[in-house]
Design a protein around this ligand. Structure first.
Ligand SMILES: [Zn+2]
Length: 456
């Protein structure tokens, strides 16, 4: 069995249910498990003895879109591509990914997936939950080949061709729900548990306004039969709230999901920015989790404040949503935006934000072996180099991590006992080739006439 010992000037562990930072400890990995956390240097075949590192559990980034947000990149900033300040989900992201998937070859789709996963790993993530269109099964291939721990979440839509009218209302065109559930089941049969269990699936009805009640009920029943997590988009915009209220007897999107039995501890709901305080109280009571991705909303001048959800007692996690997959910078944004919105400096403190991508994230997907450094846990680690000039001098490493660090400081990422990133570089492929191939495939979408019209 392979053995690896990694030295941390700081090692994040848990004691009596709370975070604790150990000084000058070693993490010993045997095979795919953490064997020990010890102050003395252990025997190991491979030794990483680099002082100044902060050894964290492998970070969990549970909301991301490698493909759709890559299409938006460098096109939708500064208000470009937005009609009347509206969300770009139904005007840009969904239409272009649908067309894009149809015109690209499987090799091009794989190239985009590989580029996205490279960015995720270099952004500090060891585990990713990724909702994507079910015409992109190459996401699974790329995740398996590149070594990431991966919860693939192929979408289910009542209509895969959702279009928003000038009033923002999403209209249905056809019924794809049964076909999407069949596709999801086929992907589950093929991929669940692959790569020694690193590849898993989540049930992924796209959103409240693209999924009708019968589909949402069927998704929940199937997910609970299999014991897989459920993830969806919830209250992403005021337009969605208005659509659901009109369609479903005045219910808010959260009430709509509750009516259908989806608001429960196995639900991870992305965004919730247009949720009312009553909605958030309901979510807290039901034990559902919020996936907070503050930067994609900040891009549009909208606030998605971690602190607002957390203060309602909701398990609140942080994900990157695919636009900029720097998970450390996302924590920084979650901190700053929460403080600005609340006018309080103490809100969204560093330990809570670190929990949001470690312990609490693992709990939300019922994985007690993840998100923690302890004997017996999975050997997933994210190691941050705190020796960079902008991180010195240093007193409290968790505060430095959230307030001052970014992805350029990610030194190592280990998944399942295998080092994927070392000294900041991907070890198992040519980064330049991955970048070139992925970017070229995205540029093919940008060259489509409909992309030229939508992306200005
Ligand atoms: Zn999303």
């Amino acid at each position: 069995m392979s053995t690896t010992a990694i030295f941390g000037s700081y090692v994040l562990v848990r004691r009596d249910g709370a975070q604790e930072v150990l000084r000058d400890h070693w993490v010993l990995v045997e095979g795919r498990r953490i064997a020990a956390v010890t102050p003395s240097r252990p025997e190991a075949a491979e030794i990483h003895d680099r002082p100044g590192r902060f050894v964290l559990p492998g970070l969990l980034n549970l909301h991301n879109h490698c493909f759709s947000e890559a299409v938006a990149r460098s096109h939708t900033e500064d208000g470009h591509g937005r009609e009347g300040g509206r969300s770009i989900v139904y005007t840009v992201l969904l239409p272009l990914t649908k067309t894009g998937l149809a015109v690209l070859s499987p090799q091009e789709r794989l190239a985009i997936a590989r580029l996205g996963i490279l960015q995720l790993l270099k952004g500090g993530a060891a585990t990713v939950m990724e909702p994507f269109r079910n015409g992109l099964p190459e996401m699974f291939e790329a995740a398996e080949a590149m070594g990431l721990r991966f919860y693939g979440a192929p979408y289910l839509f009542s209509t895969a061709d959702a279009k928003a009218g000038p009033d923002g209302t999403v209209r249905y065109a056809g019924d794809d729900g049964a076909a999407d559930l069949a596709t999801w089941n086929a992907l589950h049969a093929r991929w669940e548990g692959r790569a020694e269990g690193r590849i898993r699936l989540a049930m992924s009805p796209h959103a409240t306004d693209t999924c009708a009640p019968d589909l949402l009920r069927a998704c929940a029943a199937r997910a609970r039969e299999l014991g897989v997590p459920i993830t969806t988009h919830l209250a992403q915009s005021e337009d969605e709230v208005a659509t659901i209220r009109a369609r479903h007897g005045g219910r808010t999107p959260a009430e709509y999901l509750d009516w259908l039995g989806l608001l429960a501890p196995d639900l991870l709901a992305a965004h919730c920015i247009a949720s009312t305080d009553d909605d958030l109280r309901l979510m807290a009571a039901r034990g559902a989790s919020v996936l907070n991705c503050p930067r994609v909303f900040a891009r549009a001048g909208r606030t998605a404040a971690f602190g607002r959800f957390a203060e309602h007692g909701i398990r609140t996690l942080v994900g990157t949503d695919g636009y900029n997959m720097d998970l450390l910078a996302e924590l920084n944004a979650a901190s700053l935006i929460s403080k600005v919105v609340s006018g309080r400096a103490e809100i969204a403190a560093s330990p809570a934000l670190i929990d949001a991508v470690t312990w609490e994230a693992a709990a939300a997907i019922r994985r007690p072996d993840l998100g923690v450094i302890a004997p017996g846990a999975a050997a997933d680690l994210t190691v941050v180099d705190l020796t960079h000039p902008h991180l010195q001098p240093l007193r409290e490493p968790r505060r430095a991590l959230v307030a001052l660090a970014n992805r350029a400081n990610v030194d190592q990422v280990m998944v399942d006992g295998r080092l994927l990133i070392d000294r900041g570089a991907y070890l198992h492929g040519d980064e330049a080739a991955i970048v070139q191939a992925g970017a070229a495939a995205i540029e093919r979408i940008w060259d489509l006439p409909e992309a030229r019209a939508a992306l200005t």
